[in-house]
Design a protein around this ligand. Structure first.
Ligand SMILES: *Cc1c(COP(=O)(O)O)cnc(C)c1O
Length: 455
C-alpha cells in the first residue's frame, strides 16, 4: 500500500529531537592524536584552549560515547525547525532517469538557512552558564556569523564577528542579517586588532581568509576577560553537536524502511558531514548499516585529496594549538570561490583519522560543475542549494549517473547543509558566464608547516 506523499517527505515529531550527542572518539579505528602546545609540543592542556569555556573543553577531550543535550538547548532546537525534514529528490531522479533513490536531509529549513545553529545554540548555552558576556568569532560566507549572532541574542550575550573582507564586500545582506540579530561586524583584516593592522599595512586590499579572521577573533578575546572565542567547525565538540542531523536521518530512513548505500556530504571543516555520517558510521561498526561514505571538497582547497596529514595551526597568525589534521598549510591563500564555507586550510581531526583509515573517501570537484549541479537541483527540487551544499549534489549526480549505467538501484543519502538564497550573487555570475572555474592550485603551502612530524 502506498499512501500519498510516502517516501517523498518524512517528518518526526518534536519529541523525537535527539536527547544525546554522539561522540565518535571512542569508536575511531585508531586514537585521534591530541592537539599540541605549539611551543613545547606537549599535548595541549586546558590552559592552551583558554579561549573556550570549560564546558566545551570537557566535550573536546571527552571519550564518552553519548553526551546528554541540555533541555534548554533542545527547546531552542524547535525554533531552529528541528527535527528537520528528510526529502526524497524524486524529480531529480526522474530527470536523471536513474534507478537510484536519492534522499536528502534539509538543514536549510532553519531560519538561519544552514546547519550551523545546531552548534551555535549549544556553544552559547555553555558560555552563558560560565558567565561569559561576549562571544567573538570569524565568518567566511556568513552562515556561521549569522548563527552565532542569533544564538547570542537568545542567551542575552554580545557577539563580535570578523567577516572575511571578500565575503563582506560580496554579500552585504549577510552583514545586515548579523546586525539585525544584534552582532557587531568587522570586515577582516580590520583595524581593530594588531594582527589586522599589520596585514593591512602590508597589503591594503587584503581579501581576508578564515585563518586571518580567526586570529583577529582570538586576539580580541585575549584582550577582554569577559569574552570567549567560538568556532563553527573542525573541533570535536562542534562535530558532536552536529550529530543530531544523522540521528534524526537514521530514524527517518527507518520509518520508510530504507538503508543508505552511500552517505554523502560537502566538507569545509567537516561538521555538517560528520553530523550526518557519524551516526551511520556507528551503525556500520555495529553491523546495522553497510553504507559507503563519501565527502566532497572543492578542487580549489584540496586538503583531503592533495594535502598532508600532519600537525598545523588552526589559524593564520599561529595563535591556536597545533591540530592533527589534513591541511594545505595555514598560509595557503584560498582562492575566492563562492563556497566561502569551504575555504579553510584544514579539516577536522576526527574526520582526518577516518579518511586516513579509508573509512571515508574524499573527492574534489570544480566550481563550474558545482554550479551546474546547483542549478539542476533548483530546477528539479525547487530549493536553491548553498554553493557549499552543491558540492555534495555534484557528487550525488555523478553517482546517480553511474547507477544508471550499471542499472543499480542504490540508495543515496546526502546532507543539504543550507540554502543559497543569500548566494544569488554567485549564481548570477554563473548564469552570466562570468564564473571562473578556479582551477586547481599548482602549489599548496606545505613548506612552512610548524611541526614537521608526519602522523
Ligand atoms: C559552513 C558551511 C559548510 C562547511 O562547513 P562544515 O563544517 O564542513 O560543515 C557547508 N555548508 C554550509 C551551508 C555551511 O554554512
Amino acid at each position: 500500500m502506498t499512501v500519498f506523499g510516502t517516501n517523498t517527505r518524512v517528518d518526526l515529531p518534536v519529541d523525537e529531537i535527539p536527547k544525546f550527542w554522539y561522540n565518535i572518539v571512542p569508536d575511531l579505528p585508531e586514537p585521534c592524536p591530541p592537539p599540541l602546545n605549539p611551543i613545547t609540543k606537549a599535548p595541549a592542556g586546558l590552559e592552551d584552549l583558554w579561549f573556550f569555556p570549560k564546558g566545551l573543553i570537557m566535550q573536546e577531550v571527552s571519550t564518552e560515547r553519548f553526551i546528554q543535550i541540555p533541555d534548554e538547548v533542545r527547546e531552542i532546537f524547535i525554533k531552529m525547525s528541528r527535527p528537520t525534514p528528510l526529502f526524497r529528490a524524486k524529480r531529480l531522479e526522474d530527470h536523471l532517469k536513474t534507478p537510484a533513490e536519492i534522499y536528502y536531509k534539509y538543514e536549510g529549513i532553519s531560519p538561519l538557512g544552514s546547519h550551523k545553529g545546531n552548534t551555535a545554540i549549544a556553544q552559547a548555552f555553555y558560555n552563558k552558564r560560565e558567565g561569559v558576556e561576549r562571544l567573538c568569532t570569524e565568518t567566511g560566507a556568513g552562515q556561521w556569523g549569522t548563527a552565532l549572532a542569533l544564538a547570542c541574542a537568545f542567551f542575552d550575550m554580545k557577539c563580535t564577528v570578523f567577516m572575511t573582507r571578500a565575503s563582506h564586500d560580496q554579500k552585504p545582506y549577510r552583514r545586515t542579517l548579523m546586525e539585525l540579530y544584534g552582532a557587531e561586524v568587522h570586515a577582516s583584516p580590520s583595524t581593530n586588532t594588531e594582527f589586522g593592522r599589520k596585514l593591512r599595512a602590508e597589503m591594503p586590499n587584503h581579501p581576508g581568509s578564515l585563518g586571518v579572521a580567526i586570529s583577529e577573533a582570538i586576539e580580541t578575546v585575549k584582550n577582554d576577560p569577559h569574552s570567549k572565542y567560538s568556532l563553527g567547525s573542525v573541533t570535536n565538540f562542534v562535530l558532536l553537536h552536529q550529530t543530531v542531523i544523522g540521528q534524526e536521518a537514521r530514524k527517518q530512513m527507518e520509518l520508510i524502511d530504507k538503508k543508505p548505500d552511500y552517505v554523502i556530504g560537502c566538507v569545509g571543516g567537516g561538521s555538517n558531514y560528520a553530523g550526518l555520517c557519524y551516526p551511520f558510521i556507528y551503525d556500520k561498526l555495529n553491523k546495522k548499516c553497510d553504507a559507503e561514505f563519501i565527502c566532497v571538497e572543492p578542487k580549489a582547497v584540496p586538503s583531503f585529496t592533495r594535502g598532508v596529514y600532519t600537525y598545523d595551526y588552526g589559524d593564520t597568525a599561529g595563535m591556536t594549538p597545533l591540530f592533527p589534521m589534513y591541511t594545505v598549510g595555514h598560509n595557503f591563500v584560498t582562492p575566492p570561490i563562492h563556497a566561502g564555507g569551504l575555504r579553510y586550510h584544514g579539516k577536522a581531526p576526527t574526520m582526518s583519522v577516518l579518511v586516513k583509515n579509508k573509512r571515508i573517501t574524499p573527492v574534489a570537484v570544480g566550481q563550474r560543475e558545482v554550479f551546474d549541479a546547483g542549478r539542476m537541483f533548483a530546477q528539479c527540487e525547487g530549493i536553491v542549494p548553498a554553493p557549499e551544499s552543491a558540492h555534495a549534489i555534484c557528487t550525488v549526480i555523478d553517482l546517480a549517473r553511474q547507477c544508471k549505467e550499471r542499472n543499480e538501484k542504490k540508495i543515496l543519502l546526502f546532507n543539504l547543509s543550507g540554502h543559497g538564497l543569500l548566494d544569488l550573487g554567485g549564481y548570477g555570475e554563473y548564469l552570466d558566464g562570468r564564473l571562473v572555474n578556479n582551477s586547481e592550485p599548482k602549489e599548496l603551502s606545505l613548506n612552512d608547516l610548524p611541526y614537521n612530524a608526519r602522523i
